[in-house]
Design a binder for this molecule. Sequence first.
Ligand code: AMP
Length: 424
Amino acid sequence: MNILILGSGGREHALAWKIAASPLCTKLYCVPGNAGIAQIAACADFDIADHRAVIAYAKDKKIDFVVVGPEAPLCAGITDDLEAAGLKTFGPSKWAARLEGSKGFTKDLCKANDIPTAAYKRFKSATDAKAYVRERGAPIVVKDDGLAAGKGVVVAATLEEAEAAIDMMFGGGSGKRAWEIVIEDCLVGEEASFFALCDGETAIPLGSAQDHKRVGDGDKGPNTGGMGAYSPAPIMTTEMNARVMREIVEPTVRAMNVMGAPFKGVLFAGLMITKDGPQLIEYNVRFGDPETQVLMLRLTSDLLPALIAARDGQLKNFSLRLADDAALTVVMAANGYPGDYAKGSVIAGLAGAAEVEGVEIFHAGTKSDGDRVLANGGRVLNVTARGKNVAEAQSRAYAAVDRIRWPEGFWRRDIGWRAVGREK
Ligand code: AMP
């Protein structure tokens, strides 16, 4: 089969690495891709927001199956457009992608189906939202209803912070003017990410991970897209995984099917494990980044037939196997990230770093310039390693990081600290 992956980050490199290993894959393509992906796939650099261009490219390359990486094209309906053009595609329809595209939609769905999530209310006016915040008290969480590229959530410790967040979101401070916001209670517990593959009716678990969102060591500083991750999440025991499937994922898949928007794709549940059990913080409708990088390293099953079965509604007789060991990824970012950063610096030592046992280096934001690899984004490399436990995966990943020569980059030195502490 000829396979096309859409996207350009470490998530897409990890998916490409896994799919390239499938006996079903004859030739792999990726748009736009990056320097790492270009080593295993044919890449073409054009904007995937242009669905017609994607369709023309896929027809030209005789693509049999398309895998969509990021959320923006899914919420814009790329799966619907590709399928309408006769291209089989992994990823939810525009209607089903509302699980990520509208927080209010997801909260209402949870409420109607008894899925555990924080108490909330939806608002279109700042005055009403502020009155609710004053009535409810702080801490409280203010969220833009729509996609906001990581800037749409404020966990407010005080009423003043909450009111400022309401004004900021309605005023356009999260990238665009929010047309609606959600205000919800603050949950207390430990966060974890859980992934399930869904075919519209059936969901099968694909493992758990934990990520580090803050830019600095000790989980300090501003939020980022993720500075590292590891899998499995120690808090996600076999019993907790089963509970999340039963109480959260399965009722969601049932409800989406009943409302005529069957969810096909990967459902990524952001969870808070509280003293009363798991609560849904949010859904994403695609693979996580950088969580996918660690999941792919642990996945022993062939991913490609599972993605095809999800698209075809045939997951019922499927299961996915993950190795019992752990995986950990360290994100190497350009100096200045998540603020302004420069592009174009040279990264050296990658080949030597990849020789460390158990290590795979996924490119997140790179481009090639002849034989050289140049930084081309904020998050640039995901140095990923397997090990018998998180501690071993961590020491292998950092051994590889230490072989990379890139003065214009930085990274955290403590990815996995909580899990490693528990192992001790
Ligand atoms: P989200 O974009 O919804 O994942 O939110 C970003 C982050 O905000 C989450 O990873 C949590 O750390 C935090 N967060 C969101 N909602 C809540 C909540 N109801 N209670 C506590 N923390 C939250």
